[in-house]
Ligand binder design. Sequence first.
Ligand code: AMP
Length: 175
Amino acid sequence: MSIESFIRTIPDYPKKGIQFRDVTTLFQDPRGFRMAIDMLLHPYAGQTIDKVAALEARGFIMGGAIAHQLSVGFVPIRKQGKLPGDTMTEDYTLEYGQATMELHTDAFKEGERVLLVDDLIATGGTCEAGIKLIKRANATLVGCAFIIDLPALGGRKLIESMGVDVHTLCAFDGE
Ligand code: AMP
């Protein structure tokens, strides 16, 4: 079975006109989840990855499994106010208004090679904030991996224009 076939689409969620690509149906299937983790890691076989970073919240589900598979540490990049230690922050634009992502200042050692993961890339704004945080922490970004690409929203192009390698498992039309 293909990755796409495990992903459920919920129309008009969380608001009218959005086709919500729901990965819980992929995660709840034992073969689907295993296949997604294996496929996400495939291009990085043989490369050195020191840590996996993930974007709140669905990214954490994949990020923990990927870090375990690689026997490396896991770093959460969280929405404002959730991380208890000293943080650095990065603002990004949402469709309506602004949001902020945070990273613990001691999450990475200088030069550590980091893989960034999330479930889906749309406009790329969330990922861009994550990349800026990783770079400000003086870590080295190996690439960004997502289960789903929404090419119509241009996120992949934005991230690639920053010189960062993007790996996705499937793509859906529209928003
Ligand atoms: P963006 O910053 O525009 O690339 O949005 C990416 C973030 O928003 C990811 O963390 C996704 O989980 C979520 N997201 C955006 N659009 C959708 C969608 N159509 N279905 C499910 N999640 C989405």
